[in-house]
Write a protein that binds this ligand. Structure first.
Ligand code: HEC
Length: 262
């Protein structure tokens, strides 16, 4: 298994011109930094989303990100939580009853608007872009909708960016890694192919998690598999580019010659 003859078109890094090795190295460095930033972004977006430890990314965080907390609207959770001391409890009751009753316009004009004008508008009048704007019925309506997680159209947008981006990333990575001397050959090929399988599993499961929560495990598994393959190809490529000795089967084949297999 380990002495499969070298393919006649196979070239090890040590046989590549310096310009190409420098190009590979530069690409590896920037891709590596890019991957770190991607992980940072992932962490920032999802960790603690389900209300658990904000420094830990959990299965539940992924479920909540794609399916919502299922615990009512943002307005309700704010009124029960951080905003509860902004108004007396009986007014909290009135607003929550209105939200749960469907948040209709007539009752808004009659009962809700006066409460909000008095208790909330000093901060939520729209002048601060970081706070939800309660100016007018339509703006308020946005925080009364049930939290159902990332909506399908956002997923579609993010999917197409990821499909193109990741395919380019792993194509470039796989092409550079294809010059590495790795045996057995089936293993080398598996590492090239796995990230592409992982892309499909990962992105597909974003949608399936909405239907059946345990698919969040597939999202995590797909992401982990991609990361592992990336790390493996990165290290092997960098190591064999500059640090390892030329593998004997490469140094022993006739220099400059591209022998035919048969
Ligand atoms: C003194 C200023 C102030 C007042 C008054 C105020 N809020 Fe807030 N509100 C904030 C700040 C600051 C945040 C963002 C930080 C946070 O979420 O705790 C916020 C966030 C929110 C959010 C978003 C929570 C989320 O999901 O991110 C809602 C909903 C909300 N407030 C509702 C209300 C309601 C309803 C009232 C009136 C009863 C009110 N607030 C009164 C300052 C205020």
């Amino acid at each position: 298994m380990n002495d499969v003859p070298l393919h006649r078109l196979y070239r090890h890094y040590s046989e590549l011109p310096y310009s190409q090795r420098v190009l590979y190295t530069s690409t590896l460095i920037i891709l590596g930094i890019g991957y770190l930033f991607a992980m940072l972004n992932l962490f920032h977006t999802y960790a603690g989303r389900a209300g658990g430890n904000p420094m830990m990314l959990s299965y539940q965080d992924i479920v909540v990100a794609y399916t919502g907390s299922g615990q009512g609207s943002r307005l309700e959770s704010a009124l029960r939580g951080p905003m509860s001391n902004m108004l007396p409890p009986d007014e909290v009751g009135v607003v929550i009853a209105w939200v749960q009753g469907g948040a209709d316009r007539a009752k808004y004009d009659r009962e809700i608007k006066p409460v909000l004008d008095k208790r909330c508008m000093t901060c939520h009048d729209g002048s601060n872009p970081h706070l939800p704007n309660f100016n007018g019925f339509d703006n308020l309506k946005k925080v009364t909708e049930r939290d159902t997680g990332t909506d399908v159209f956002t997923l579609v947008r993010v999917s197409h960016i990821h499909l193109f981006g990741l395919t380019f990333l792993f194509f470039v990575m796989g092409l550079m890694y294809s010059h590495a001397y790795v045996r057995p050959v089936w293993f080398k090929c598996t590492v090239v192919a796995l990230p592409f399988v992982a892309i499909v599993l990962d992105i597909g499961s974003w949608y399936f998690t909405k239907l059946y929560h345990p698919f969040a495990w597939v999202v995590i598994f797909g992401g982990a598999m991609m990361g592992l393959c990336f790390a493996f190809m990165w290290v092997v490529t960098m190591y064999q580019l500059w640090f390892s000795r030329t593998p004997p089967p490469v140094s022993q084949r006739e220099i400059g010659d591209i022998p035919n297999v048969d």
